[in-house]
Ligand binder design. Structure first.
Ligand SMILES: *Cc1c(COP(=O)(O)O)cnc(C)c1O
Length: 421
């Protein structure tokens, strides 16, 4: 495995003193990354949760090429274009009923930041001073100041703590702790919160922690009863990961504001949307310019990214995505089952296409050195698995084949033997 070192590149979430090198990838196809030196890696985490159907899915590649020939980038205030218009109409159609407006941006962090700003603008324009955000313990919503504030405090954001705003944090609805969670949410709502921000059904970066659809529904009900906006961060869960197109579908709820990013373009280009209902849009509608929604990204609704997203929606509509997801859910269920009674693992879980399990070793937490050791162990076997501390999870592109999944679970079994306490 040849590594790139002596590079001016500063990589994300990387301690360069411990991980000085990076593997140089030249090409990707389906579930595989091909390194410059010929090595191959099975991309079992969808290149950090973005690639949904597989790398270089031809329909998406084609749409990008065709769009690039026509229109590259234009200002999106006062001007529009067909890819953005079509995509917005189609997103309104396929997302939960009532999400009727689409605000474009370009990353998961940004679309959640936009959601928080929408919520605050909504209350201010209605003449109420509500600014408190409620969030779930262990949540993750991005790496900007606003989204770090909303997310869990951890070693990742300790340096920035002085700038982070305080939020009302409520317990994760673990089995047996649901009531504690609901009571805390109810109390925060009654204290006049502006919005509750949560990842529906599964907290990703917090350690792939799963909770039930009925708990999600109850949290939404509590917000609704108290007139507090419910913001669903579907950045990771959106576009099939949880087995349905969107996680909120499983609870039969419509969030007041929904955030989608990662899988929106099939994971190929950066694009994000924040969607909301008429009430929130209308609160910003006025002949007073000061009540407008003040947010813009330079690349708002980039036409090429919108074209990729339209091709992605076509794959969902008639390109076999639903079938691929159903097949993957079944294959994952079958493979994770044998670890349930394996005492080397704890908290063995699955939600839709995602499986996760924790190595039953001491030294918990993301920075526990076992995380890096595991990463190296898997990389050396040509597998891109990137454990969160001692939580190993499999979150693959939907095109993964049964034999490829078998490789992953065999390596997880081997890792358990190798890293046993
Ligand atoms: C990844 C993620 C984000 C941040 O998305 P970026 O595109 O990396 O900014 C926000 N929320 C959730 C739930 C995520 O998984």
């Amino acid at each position: 495995m040849t590594l790139v070192t002596n590079s001016p590149v500063w990589r994300p979430y990387t301690q360069h003193a411990l991980q000085p090198g990076a593997i140089k990838i030249a090409r990707a196809e389906g579930c595989w990354l091909e390194a410059e030196d010929g090595g191959r890696f099975l991309d079992a985490i969808s290149s950090w949760w973005v690639i949904t159907h597989g790398h270089r899915r031809p329909e998406i590649t084609r749409a990008i090429k065709d769009q690039a020939e026509l229109l590259d980038q234009i200002i999106f205030a006062g001007f529009t274009h067909e890819p953005a218009e079509s995509l917005a109409r189609r997103l309104v159609e396929i997302t939960p009923e009532g999400l009727d407006y689409v605000f474009y941006s370009d990353s998961g962090s940004t679309c959640v930041e936009v959601a928080i700003k929408m919520a605050l603008g909504y209350w201010r324009n209605r003449g109420e001073t509500r600014a408190r955000i409620v969030a779930l313990e262990h949540g993750y919503h991005g790496d900007t100041i606003g989204t770090m504030s909303t997310g869990a405090r951890s070693p990742f954001n300790a340096s920035y703590e002085p700038l982070l705003f305080d939020v009302a944090r409520i317990p994760f609805p673990d089995e047996g702790r649901e009531q504690e969670c609901f009571d805390a949410l109810e109390a925060a709502c009654k204290a006049g919160a502006a919005a509750f921000v949560a990842e529906p059904l599964i907290l990703g970066a917090g350690g792939m922690l799963v909770y039930s659809a009925s708990n999600l529904r109850e949290m939404k009900n509590i917000c609704a009863r108290n007139g507090v906006l419910f913001v669903a961060d579907e950045v990771m869960t959106g576009f099939g990961r949880t087995g349905t197109l969107f996680a909120c579908e499983q609870a039969g709820i419509t969030p007041d504001i929904a955030c989608y990013a990662k899988g929106l373009t099939g994971g190929v280009l950066p694009l994000a949307v924040t969607m909301c209902g008429k009430e929130i849009f209308d609160a910003h509608l006025s002949d007073d310019r000061a009540r407008a929604f003040f947010h813009s990204s330079s690349y708002t609704a980039n036409p090429i990214a919108c074209a990729a997203a339209l091709a992605n929606l076509d794959i969902w509509e008639h390109g076999g995505a639903r079938e691929a997801v159903a097949k993957l859910c079944a294959m994952q269920a079958e493979r994770i089952a044998r670890f349930e009674s394996d005492s080397r693992f704890i908290n063995v879980r699955r939600l839709g296409t995602i499986t996760a399990l924790d190595l039953a070793t001491p030294g918990r937490g993301y920075l526990a050195s076992i995380g890096l050791d595991l990463l190296r162990f898997f990389n050396a076997r040509g597998l891109l698995l990137r454990p969160l501390g001692q939580t190993i999870y499999v979150l693959p592109p939907y095109c993964i084949e049964p034999e490829e999944l078998d490789l992953l679970y065999a390596a997880i079994d081997e890792a358990a033997a190798e890293f046993r306490g």
